[in-house]
Design a protein around this ligand. Sequence first.
Ligand code: ADP
Length: 276
Amino acid sequence: VISVSARPIETTTGERGAVAVFHDITERKHVETELRGFAGVVAHDLKSPLTAVRGFAELIGDALDDLEAGGGADALQQARRSAGKVISGAVRMEQLISELLDYAAARDATLRLDEVNLRSLVDDVVTARTDHLDGPDLRPDIFVGSLPPVQADPVLLRQVIDNLVGNAIKYTPPGQAPRIDITGRREPDGDVRVQVADRGIGIPDGEHALVFDSFHRASNGGAHPGTGLGLAICRRIVERHGGRIEAAPNPGGGTIFAFTIPASAEHRAPSLVASA
Ligand code: ADP
């Protein structure tokens, strides 16, 4: 995006002309869009649970007044139910705040590169994501293939895998055990490519590239709670490692997310350019 400002000038010798200054304001526009997104999230996703928390806290106060005045089981039940709502509202706000912090950290945190055993990292994430899901309908059928080790920041890489696996589970309709395949391979140039394929609701045509923008939610995803930040966090982390991330339709229905992590020095393919 270019903005132009121009003004007429006259030189000391009396010649008239004009200067035009071209500013590349792409970055500024990007920051403005991001700030509008933040404002929207704060106004909606933070303010509505906060209003609910306040309302239910007032109900607890009323119930306590009732109890003091000799109120019985009803007042007690109202207090208990309201306390539960206060807690769930607070949990939602906590989750949102930690996503906003992760989003900021994904850009600013120092990368601490280390040799990462990708296979055990993925196994860990899958266990943490599925441990509490009971019943054959809810427990997803997740296949984890063999995965080569990578040179990456283990904490940030875990966030990428966790967001992708979490989304694969979230965007697959309940009652149908989601079949998710997590596979990876080393490419001929030495880069590692990791793929998370699901058979969920899919992303409408033309929207696959947009889902990585901060606060962007696909037009068919409205029924699921979310902020539109998870994939923006993934993109930031992958790009900071020098890799790429993309989404594509799964030919069998659903979506395939794939990202690359560049090869470490020992795996880099030898350069084809002969040295002089
Ligand atoms: P959130 O899930 O919090 O909305 P994300 O940034 O993780 O945010 O995802 C952005 C959007 O991309 C989601 O709102 C959803 O519309 C879409 N999406 C992400 N993952 C999937 C998936 N596995 N299947 C279908 N849609 C997805």
